[in-house]
Design a protein around this ligand. Sequence first.
Ligand code: GLN
Length: 235
Amino acid sequence: MCRHAAWLGAERSLASLIDEPEHGLLKQSYAPRRQRHGMVNADGYGMGWYVPGRPEPVRYRRSVPIWTDANLPGLAAVARSTCLLAAVRSATVGMPVEESATAPFTDRTWLLSHNGRVARDAVADLCDAAESTCDAAWVAGAVFQRGRAGAGLGESLAEVVVQAGEKDPAARLNLLASDGTTLAATVWGDTLFHHRFHDGVLVASEPLDDLPGWQAVPERSLLTVTRDDVRVQPL
Ligand code: GLN
């Protein structure tokens, strides 16, 4: 299982997800505390963020362990946004380790990360094409296809997770996605937490620190976060 995290609110740096918190994604890449599958997340990492005047996110991803990228701390410190998403990857057995298999995936204004695994057959039916043979790329392709057809972010995630989950009952489908103004995340087989602040909301596979305020999101639900609302709906 990979680990992912996102922020929506007042402008913050990517470092606030990665190396500033005691248990940010950098630490979670080699010492996750709640991970149910896999021990380290060393098969790549990525991040996406939105900047004024550009509806598409900036996306940066690598297929190396996050701790080996000496350029990252400087970049993460200055890349600031009201909407941030980042992930560290532990490739599922049989999946390629390559940049195109690494989250976040992106299409138009959307970003998406997948924690989990799913039989490719179960998602191949839901999607015409994907950029990698990795299951997560197919999940992303299926969600993006629904978005291109006019479905909303949360609606697209919910539809893909429920349909793929029906076809593969052993699937784990924790997705985290954004369009720059909303965060949407599913809980389907692994952990997810959110933390509200006066100026925004953090969403993460597991808490980024030991401070009070982290709330677990229940299994089989969809979390939707906007600037003025946090909603949890059953899937
Ligand atoms: N199955 C996906 C991949 O291989 C996600 C892996 C994970 O959550 N560990 O990238």
